[in-house]
Write a protein that binds this ligand. Structure first.
Ligand SMILES: Nc1nc2c(ncn2[C@@H]2O[C@H](COP(=O)(O)OP(=O)(O)OP(=O)(O)O)[C@@H](O)[C@H]2O)c(=O)[nH]1
Ligand SMILES: [Mg+2]
Length: 206
């Protein structure tokens, strides 16, 4: 799929105020600093459509970006950021939880994990929660430029093995990416296109 248009539409912390159009959307979630916003920029070939930072906690709201005028990429805040106050964490949890549970237009969540790290309890718990609520998701391994190909293979295998050893009978779809090297872009866009083409627009009405 070729991206011909990408525009920022709105940011907010209230799922009820998100765009009303019955267009499919794909949300990016994962630990702070894992590379969610960078991946969105990589997919649409724009340097700073989504705001990024070397310091965790940059994205704070639900951000909608309209792509090719007929679907959305959604950039979300990261979880697991230790320096956020307890009150902020609760507020964040509330609106992110509501977003995932209530948003009819959400057709797939992408859970981002840093390819250098072992499965973290917070990621496993989040994936289990998505699964138990029937929310389709895929895993995106990020920052693959930080490892050699042998290590990438080894880490991905170890990650999937751990997933299978916990609650999963089969692994979700997964993608290996690097925003700085533009790796994984085509596979992800093809995956999105396939889903877009398989949808019944009536299922997306709020
Ligand atoms: N080497 C490398 N660095 C990356 C990659 N993707 C993101 N980064 C860096 O990781 C840091 C965090 O990137 P962001 O895209 O802001 O991460 P985020 O997940 O949106 O973070 P929050 O909004 O704070 O939750 C930045 O310094 C990016 O330059 C990648 O593929 N390779
Ligand atoms: Mg971000």
């Amino acid at each position: 799929m070729k991206i011909t248009a990408a525009e920022f539409v709105m940011s907010n912390s209230d799922v009820a105020k998100c765009p009303k159009e019955p267009l499919p959307e794909y949300a990016f979630i994962g630990r702070s600093n894992v590379g969610k916003s960078s991946l969105i920029n990589m997919l649409v070939d724009r340097k700073s459509l989504a705001k990024t930072s070397g310091r965790p906690g940059k994205t704070q709201l639900i951000n909608h970006f309209k792509i090719n005028k007929n679907w959305f990429l959604v950039d979300l805040p990261g979880y697991g950021y230790a320096r956020v106050s307890k009150k902020d964490k609760k507020t964040f949890q509330k609106y992110i939880t509501e977003y995932f549970l209530k948003r009819k237009q959400l057709v797939c969540a992408f859970v981002l994990v840093d390819i250098r790290h072992e499965p973290q309890p917070i990621d496993m718990e989040f994936m289990e929660w998505l699964g138990s609520n029937g929310i389709p998701f895929a895993i995106i391994f990020t920052k693959a430029d930080k490892l050699k190909s042998g290590a990438i293979e080894k880490n991905v295998k170890a990650y999937l093995t751990k997933l299978l050893a916990s609650v999963w009978e089969e692994t979700p779809p997964y993608f290996i990416t690097s925003s700085s090297k533009h790796l994984g872009k085509e596979a992800l866009l093809n995956y999105i296109e396939e889903i877009n083409q398989s949808l019944n627009p009536n299922d997306l009405i709020d």
